[in-house]
Write a protein that binds this ligand. Structure first.
Ligand SMILES: [Zn+2]
Ligand SMILES: [Zn+2]
Length: 302
């Protein structure tokens, strides 16, 4: 059975929240892993509204240190400490994250009751890996150091039953080895894993939050099953998007199309489009059909 990758949009506003949209934060759940991408102010209340348990967060990935993406961190950490949280929490972010985290801890009385590992991502590429999935980052173009992130579930190795039948290989233990990609020996004969197995396709969720439009983003998000992309403006404000280093919904759709992604979700929406979201979305759909717009607490499954 394929495990679900569940993405919960806790906040979908831009730098100024509205009555309906909280600051940016996105929760990705995969098996026991709960990754929070950004943690804008008010995120912990959104977590409660979504009926999620903040104690289950395993990692926080910070895209950049603009207030709308990080001001929820102190409150969240305090809640975890008060709740007798004792599991380690890893916080990843761009260069400068260690300094900023230190300053955050100096702004309020905080008794650290659980291990918090702060990791600055200095090199682009893979920065975390398990047998099931890995995380990758790439710099984007927003002014202050800013990372985009991808979560990739590695396609599982499966036994090719037709080919296996011909071999008459018996034991379950040997098959387990094949599933791990290891070659095996049976009755003095060697069987290569690559001849008896095939690999499911990877599943990929990409997070491109604040950035200006740039074709260099495309290779990182290539073949995303789900591309989550900031779209601060509609196309009438393309020049403003460029000035403030953000994207329009049309530009996000162009990245989805050129990266051969399957689904695009637009977020980080300016409050000025409260009444005119139809135009905002239809413009994107003209470029990339499978575009959608999320509201707070929406869930998208991959
Ligand atoms: Zn922002
Ligand atoms: Zn920003």
């Amino acid at each position: 059975m394929t495990e679900k990758i569940k993405v919960i949009f806790l906040g979908t506003s831009d730098s100024i929240p509205s009555a309906n949209r909280n600051h940016t934060s996105i929760w990705l759940n995969y098996k026991d892993e709960n990754i929070l991408v950004d943690c804008g102010e008010g995120t912990q209340r959104q977590i409660r509204k979504a009926k999620l348990n903040p104690g289950k967060i395993t990692k926080i990935l910070i895209t950049h240190w603009h207030g709308d993406h990080i001001l929820g961190i102190p409150g969240l950490l305090q809640t975890l400490a008060l709740g007798k949280h004792n599991k380690p929490l890893s916080i990843y972010g761009p260069i400068g994250t260690k300094k900023f985290m230190k300053s955050l801890f100096n702004t309020f009385v905080f008794v650290k009751k659980f291990p918090i590992n702060v990791i600055e991502i200095k090199k682009e590429g893979k920065f975390f890996e398990t047998p099931n999935f890995y995380l990758e980052s790439k710099k984007v173009f927003h002014g202050p150091p800013c990372n985009s992130y991808v979560f990739v579930e590695k396609g599982r190795i499966r036994i090719d039953k037709k080919k296996l039948k011909k071999t008459k290989l018996p034991s379950e233990k040997l098959l387990q080895k094949l599933k791990q990609g290891k070659d095996i020996v049976f009755n003095k004969k060697k069987y290569l894993a690559k001849n008896l197995t095939f690999r499911d396709k990877d599943r990929k969720v990409s997070f491109v939050l604040d950035t200006s439009f740039n074709k260099k983003i495309i290779p990182l998000v290539k073949n995303s099953n789900l591309l989550i992309c900031e779209a601060n403006y509609a196309s009438d404000l393309t020049s403003l998007a460029k000035e403030y280093k953000h994207m329009t919904s049309v530009q996000a759709a162009e990245i989805a199309k050129k990266s051969n992604s399957k689904k695009l979700v637009l977020t980080h929406i300016s409050q000025r489009y409260r009444k005119d979201l139809k135009k905002f979305l239809s413009e994107a759909k003209k470029v990339f059909k499978n575009s959608s717009l999320v509201s707070d607490l929406d869930i998208v499954e991959v």
